[in-house]
Write a protein that binds this ligand. Structure first.
Ligand code: CA
Length: 241
């Protein structure tokens, strides 16, 4: 695994240093930005794989930066964890709605931050059934693992890393119902930590993006259980095209 570069966006120097120290100790490369403006410049100019993002920042705050980041298709692969003292439910859900992949409340243990980052990068090495194929095809759906793009009916759909991993995980086993815990484990790579609604938020975002290219709902909710990938019946496919 190549060295992962983590951008820490945090205006409190001691917190930023604590995070940087612990990440370096675990083999990550780090860069610290003390403001949202500075972070935006770094993100446009340098390659980073993940961002640890504080919400309360001078100038552009963390939520605004996150929203901006998710509007940049070239930065879709970046994994975003919000690290914030604003731990009220509303902030947590808001953070996820605007495109963060995960959320850690302050005060946090540096070990937990390291564990989550390691888990998500470990995900890159887990082999799914048929993963040796660079493109997974299920009916009109093509999941291009090399380019990290989902294509439906010939149209590319830009997805974030988490959305892509979720869709890929579901599509490897059409009809199989994945529980939220199973998806958390598989996509985020960690054992159930607190709130599995993080899965619902990302599934909702994935669905919205898929709906832009196809009327068919590929991701089905199985109430009380979880989610499954479903293909249209052959007849439905014909009427759609
Ligand atoms: Ca702050």
């Amino acid at each position: 695994m190549s060295t992962k570069r983590i951008l820490i966006v945090e205006d409190e120097r001691d917190i930023a240093e604590l995070l940087a120290y612990n990440l370096k100790k675990e083999g990550f490369e780090t860069q610290v930005c003390f403001s949202g403006e500075q972070a935006r410049t770094v993100l446009l100019q340098q390659e980073v794989q993940a961002v640890l993002l504080d919400i309360m920042l001078p100038g552009i705050d963390g939520l605004e930066l996150c929203r901006w980041l998710r509007q940049q298709p070239k930065l879709a692969h970046i994994f975003v964890i919000i690290v914030s003292a604003k731990s009220a439910e509303i902030d947590r859900i808001l953070g996820l709605e605007i495109g963060a992949d995960d959320y850690i409340s302050k005060p946090f243990s540096p070990r937990e931050v390291v564990a989550r980052l390691k888990a998500v990068f470990r995900r890159d090495r887990i082999t799914l059934p048929g993963e040796q194929d660079p493109v997974l095809t299920a009916g009109p759906v093509h999941i291009d693992r090399g380019r990290h793009v989902a294509r439906i009916d010939g149209q590319d759909t830009p997805l974030t890393k988490i959305e892509f991993d979720l869709f890929e995980c579901l599509a490897t086993q059409p009809g199989y119902v994945f529980t939220r815990q199973k998806l958390l484990q598989h996509v985020w790579g960690y054992d159930f930590y607190g709130d599995d609604r993080v899965v619902d938020v990302h599934i909702r975002r994935l669905r919205l993006k898929l709906k832009k290219v196809s009327k068919f709902d590929y991701v089905h909710t199985v109430h009380g259980v979880g989610y499954k990938f479903q293909l249209p019946a052959t007849g439905a496919l014909k009427t759609k095209n």
